[in-house]
Design a protein around this ligand. Structure first.
Ligand SMILES: *Cc1c(COP(=O)(O)O)cnc(C)c1O
Length: 338
């Protein structure tokens, strides 16, 4: 076992034993190679470094109550990486290869999968980058698919407690016909300044609006947004947001709990009518939102007036966590045992 204080793990990088790499060259994927080196040796003219040919994924492996290690819906991440790859003209990684790599990298680093019940997990970061040298603006002919892992604690230091977020209007994360729906580094680069300013102003995250009209809620920083009212789970239907697998799973759980599910535009004024709002994604599962401040108008929308997460958000969070940790029957068949 490792000498790790699982309870105080940050959401950060910790060195593990192994990572995997696989190269696409001469028109085909090679074998999965195991490496103990944390560094990549790539050509300085690689397209990932200049023209943003880069996409990544994020998912978690959990140690269950029964001691088994479970990956949550890895094929969905594999399919999404395929979409992202096509979105920035990269060679897609076959989904079977993707899932095989995820299982293998977890097995190789099994001693870093946190014990059950610590609120910690093993985070997987699969990535695909263009590594062929290219100076003219065009797609690379060579790619590297790599997966590393790192044990992580909760994403927000507040844990499952309401966070404060800020609506920003002077930054956009993604253009209406841009790459917002792909999990590519460029979207993150475009969001860093707004998020950093938000942190400095005392907020855990920011809400981006639709870039065209600035009328609708788009993305909650690096997470999807949802609201709950009248027994209905509402989440934006926008082609500039990233299709969160957590959000997709929460919609299925909500429907299963008897809630109505609506995938549609959410005008800003509707924020006044929600009983609960939150952000969702692999990192935090659900981050309940306690208040939303519109940076420009100064208007504040408040939720969780008792300082606690709402009832339905809590139930959704608990169910998803219980499935991931093997406490509740996995009736949707989401877990892949490693
Ligand atoms: C990864 C990501 C999410 C969350 O997706 P999950 O599949 O739930 O982890 C949401 N928004 C953005 C912008 C992301 O990059």
């Amino acid at each position: 076992m490792s000498n790790i204080d699982w309870k105080s793990l940050p959401f950060g990088y910790l060195k593990t034993d192994y990572n995997l790499r696989c190269y696409f060259k001469n028109g085909q994927w090679g074998d999965l190679e195991v490496s103990a080196d944390e560094n990549l040796n790539i050509h300085m003219a690689s397209t990932c470094l200049h023209y943003g040919q880069e996409a990544f994924e994020g998912m978690k492996a959990f140690r269950g109550i029964d001691g088994k290690v479970r990956l949550f819906r890895p094929e969905e991440n594999g399919k999404r990486l395929e979409l992202s790859a096509n979105g920035v003209m990269m060679q897609p990684v076959p989904v079977e290869l993707f899932v095989e790599a995820c299982k293998k990298v977890v097995k190789l680093n099994e001693r870093f999968v946190p014990p059950y019940g610590e609120g910690a997990s093993l985070y997987l970061r699969p990535m695909l980058i263009g590594v062929g040298p290219q100076v003219g603006v065009k797609a690379s002919a060579e790619y590297m698919f790599a997966v590393f892992v790192t044990p992580v604690g909760p994403y927000f230091k507040e844990g499952f407690n309401p966070i404060k977020v800020q609506i920003v209007r002077d930054y956009d994360r993604a253009a209406p016909l841009g790459t917002g729906t792909f999990k590519v580094g460029g979207n993150y680069a475009a969001s860093l300044a707004a998020i950093d300013r938000g942190h400095k102003e005392g907020y855990s995250s920011v809400l981006f609006l639709d870039a065209k009209e600035k009328k609708y809620i788009d993305e909650a920083g690096p997470a999807n947004f949802f609201g709950i009212k009248n027994n209905t789970y509402v989440t934006p239907d926008s082609h500039t947001i990233l299709r969160s697998i957590t959000n997709m799973s929460l919609r299925e759980l909500a429907a299963d709990m008897g809630l109505k599910v609506e995938l549609r535009s959410i005008p800003i004024e509707e924020l006044d009518t929600f009983e609960e709002v939150g952000a969702c994604g692999t990192a935090a599962v659900i981050s309940p939102i306690g208040s939303i401040t519109d940076r420009e108008t100064g208007k504040v929308y408040e939720y969780c007036k008792d300082g606690k997460a709402g009832k339905i958000s809590t139930q959704l969070y608990e169910r998803l966590r219980a499935i991931q940790e093997g406490e509740m029957e996995d009736k949707f068949g989401w877990n892949v045992i490693v």
